[in-house]
Design a protein around this ligand. Structure first.
Ligand SMILES: [Zn+2]
Length: 217
C-alpha cells in the first residue's frame, strides 16, 4: 500500500509520528505539520498528505489541491502546526513512489525555508558504450544524446489577498454545485496551460467538482 510506504518514509525522514489515530498519522518537520490520512482513500492505492499552505508566491506541487481556509477540511488535521481550522492548506494526492520522492524534497525545502526545488527531471548521466572507453577521452556524439527536458515549472502559491478576494466573490461556495464543503481554489485556465494566479483566473470548486474537471478549461 502506498499509504504504508509514505508513513514509513516520513518516519525515516522526519522521525516518529507525533500523533497516530484511526484517521491520521501526523508528523512534524521543523515545526511544520504533516498529516497522512489513514481512513482515506479506501478505494484506490493512493495517499493523501496534508501540508500547511506555503507562503505567497512559493511553488506548489502539481499534485496538490489548494484548499481554501474555512472550508471544513478533514477534522483530524486541526491539531497539527500550520493546519489549524480556517487556514488554507495543501492536500497532495500521491499515486506513485516517484511522487513520494518529490514530496519529501518539497517538505524538506518548505520546512527549511530554503528555496523550494523544482521537479527533478534530469536524465541520468550518459555513458559512452565504446569498448575502449577507458583508454582515452570519451567521445560523445552530441546529436545522439537525448535532449534534457527543462524542469517542469511548479505553479506558485496563491497570495493570501487573492485567496480572500476569490472567496468573497464566490461567496464561499462551489461555483458549480453550490457546495460549501471541501472548497479548493481552481485555476480556470490551468497553470500548465499558461493560466495565472489572478483573481479572474481563479474560482472556488469543491473537491469532487475540482477532480472531475482535471486539467480541462
Ligand atoms: Zn462542487
Amino acid at each position: 500500500m502506498l499509504k504504508d510506504q509514505v508513513i514509513e518514509r516520513f518516519h525515516r525522514e522526519f522521525g516518529p509520528p507525533e500523533r497516530s489515530t484511526a484517521k491520521v498519522t501526523a508528523f512534524k518537520a521543523a515545526g511544520l505539520g504533516i498529516v497522512v490520512q489513514i481512513d482515506q482513500p479506501n478505494r484506490e492505492d493512493a495517499a493523501y498528505v496534508w501540508l500547511p499552505y506555503p507562503p505567497d508566491d512559493q511553488p506548489v506541487p502539481e499534485i496538490a489541491l489548494e484548499y481554501a481556509g474555512d472550508s471544513g477540511r478533514h477534522s483530524g488535521t486541526h491539531a497539527s502546526a500550520g493546519l489549524a481550522q480556517g487556514l488554507p492548506a495543501l492536500k497532495l494526492i500521491l499515486r506513485s513512489a516517484a511522487e513520494l520522492n518529490d514530496v519529501v524534497a518539497y517538505i524538506k525545502a518548505l520546512a527549511g525555508k530554503s528555496p523550494l526545488p523544482v521537479l527533478n527531471t534530469t536524465p541520468p548521466p550518459i555513458r559512452s558504450s565504446a569498448p575502449d572507453a577507458d583508454s582515452g577521452p570519451v567521445l560523445v556524439d552530441i546529436n545522439a544524446m537525448p535532449i534534457a527536458k527543462p524542469p517542469a515549472p511548479r505553479r506558485k502559491a496563491i497570495p493570501r489577498a487573492v485567496q480572500r478576494e476569490v472567496w468573497q466573490r464566490d461567496g464561499g461556495t462551489c461555483v458549480q454545485c453550490n457546495s460549501k464543503k471541501l472548497l479548493c481554489f481552481d485555476h480556470i485556465v490551468p497553470f500548465s496551460l499558461g493560466g495565472s494566479n489572478s483573481v479572474r483566473n481563479l474560482q472556488l470548486l469543491c473537491e469532487p467538482c475540482n477532480l472531475s474537471k482535471g486539467n480541462r478549461i
